[in-house]
Design a protein around this ligand. Structure first.
Ligand SMILES: NC(=O)C1=CN([C@@H]2O[C@H](COP(=O)(O)OP(=O)(O)OC[C@H]3O[C@@H](n4cnc5c(N)ncnc54)[C@H](O)[C@@H]3O)[C@@H](O)[C@H]2O)C=CC1
Ligand SMILES: O=C(O)/C=C/C=C(\O)C(=O)O
Length: 484
């Protein structure tokens, strides 16, 4: 049985208590994970603090950049191991993880190395009464020890999206991966050691949220800033913890995103994009479009074609090349998604396709498999249209005007992203700018330029990460004013 240990001060450390990691494919236990206790979290924070003022702090930006490139190369060198670990933890198709999760895990180090290598700071000259003047320049220093709390849906990708900029900026980190996906964060420790990242710069503590590693990290007074991706309710708890000591937070939280499909769209592209935005990663993407609005003239055709296409998506094992849909992350999450499948019917939805659990045979009967599901016929206030489900499902509703669809799409507590499908360039700009979301995609979805600001409006988040925007969180920007 695999054992996944904490990674503290450059060493793998066992705990007195372990918890089981279950395979999403079968429900079988695939690993024993060492749950960090409070003393181990203390040790991780102390190691991160010491590293902050140790050799790490004495490296030049150029040296740190080289280390980050080496980390990216290190992940790519061990690509197959990361891929196997990610697929084992999540059950996601290898074809997906090999195109998105692992390459992005590596790219996240490279992009932020490039950012810190190239980013300037501001400079202002000013007059003074004695006529000699003064100059001001901005200077960035690390924000300190950063607590990184991660979800399970894109484990390596979302963790390195935070660890990459933190390290690039000279910070040190204590990472709390999701209890569902401990493996790639642990494996990354080996790569850190291989490329010579000083001990204590990258620490990983495993466990749960309340009364476990998540709480211990986020309430720890030695943690200077907290970055989080996950559910909005968890984010609220973490914000309360961060309030003690007035520590900064970066929050990337839930979504209930809309796809707005206009009749003038490239129909095939809109279908292909919506298939991905609703069903890829079995719908476990915070950017996913669980609400699809389609202009009435193409509504029936769109529903029929999306149904036809998704029914052709194979539900299967990660290693099968033609698998498009894996299981959900856990039995618990399967129960949550299935409860919404039931609510949809109770609310009067027409089930266009899916709505249940596929028969995967006896060997996989304990897995958290689920059918991709499409509904129509619900009203705007249905829970299925208002709450984040995080499964492979969408509701499709017709609309008659641009005004109407923008109002409906914006009528939600979340504001993470949207996908707009139209050939009318003026409309594309107009609608994109009126959407109260962090990212509007036009004729695309999940197309990520890592230099752009990424985050959510409303309850979807606080702050922006990506490119130079990450520096706002991961550094302290100071002004130096010099009287000449
Ligand atoms: N990016 C997103 O928007 C994501 C949203 N979700 C949503 O969240 C739901 C539940 O998924 P979870 O992984 O359970 O999300 P979650 O928000 O409960 O957990 C995310 C991370 O926070 C930690 N955590 C939980 N409670 C904490 C606390 N009190 N203090 C400190 N850390 C804490 C967890 O251990 C995990 O590492 C999903 O069904 C989905 O709706 C989940 C993953 C990603
Ligand atoms: O940074 C990205 O490209 C991906 C972000 C996706 C999420 O935050 C999510 O699905 O939770």
């Amino acid at each position: 049985m695999k054992e996944i240990k904490n990674f503290i001060n450059g060493e793998y450390v066992a705990s007195s208590r372990t918890f089981d990691k279950h395979s999403p494919l079968t429900g079988e236990v695939i690993a024993k994970v060492h749950e960090a206790d409070r003393a181990q979290v203390d040790a991780a924070v102390a190691a991160a603090r010491a590293a902050l003022t140790g050799p790490w702090s004495r490296m030049s930006v150029a040296e740190r950049v080289e280390k980050l490139y080496a980390l990216a190369d290190g992940i790519n060198r061990r690509f197959e191991e990361f891929l196997a670990a990610e697929c084992a933890d999540t059950g996601k198709p290898r074809s997906l993880a090999s195109h998105i999760d692992i390459p992005r895990g590596a790219a996240n180090f490279k992009i932020f190395a490039d950012v810190v290598k190239n980013v300037p700071t501001e400079f202002f000259e000013m007059n003074t009464p004695d006529g000699r003047g003064a100059i001001n320049y901005g200077y960035r220093t690390p924000v300190g020890v950063v607590g990184v709390v991660c979800p399970w849906n894109l484990p390596l990708l979302l963790m390195t999206w935070k660890v990459g900029p933190a390290l690039a900026c000279g910070d040190t980190v204590v990472v709390k991966p999701s209890e569902e996906t401990p493996q790639t964060a642990a494996l990354l420790g080996e790569v850190m050691n291989e490329v010579g990242i000083p001990p204590g710069v990258y620490n990983v503590v495993h466990g749960f949220g309340p009364d476990s590693a998540g709480e211990f990290v986020t309430t720890h007074p030695g943690v200077d800033a907290i970055t989080f991706t996950g559910e909005t309710r968890t984010g609220e708890v973490i914000m309360k913890a961060a309030a003690r000591g007035a520590r900064p937070v970066s929050m990337e939280m839930g979504g209930k995103n809309a796809a707005l499909v206009f009749a003038d769209c490239d129909f095939d592209a809109a279908i292909e994009g919506t298939l991905r935005s609703a069903f890829v990663n079995s719908g476990q993407v915070c950017l996913g479009t669980e609400r699809v609005y389609v202009e009435r003239p193409i509504f029936d055709r769109f529903v029929a074609e999306l149904k036809h296409q998704v029914e052709g998506w194979k539900i299967g094992l990660p290693e099968d090349a033609d698998t498009k849909l894996g299981p959900l992350i856990s039995k618990e999450h399967q129960n949550k998604v299935l409860s919404y499948y039931k609510i949809a019917v109770e609310e009067g939805a027409t089930v266009v396709t899916g709505g249940g659990v596929p028969d995967m045979g006896t060997r996989y009967a304990g897995g958290s498999w689920i059918q991709p599901t499409i509904w129509t016929g619900l009203s705007d206030n249905a829970r299925v249209l208002r709450e984040e489900i995080f499964g492979p499902c969408c509701h499709i509703m017709p609309f008659d005007s641009e005004e109407e669809v923008v109002a409906k799409a914006n009528d939600n507590v979340y504001g993470l992203a949207c996908a707009i499908w139209t050939r009318d360039v003026a409309r594309a700009h107009r609608v994109a700018q009126r959407m109260n979301v962090g990212t509007s995609w036009v004729n695309s979805w999940f197309l990520r330029d890592l230099r752009t600001p990424f985050g959510g409006a409303k309850q979807s988040g606080i702050g922006r990460e990506g490119g130079v925007h990450s520096l706002e969180f991961y550094t302290e920007l100071k002004n130096v004013c010099i009287k000449l």
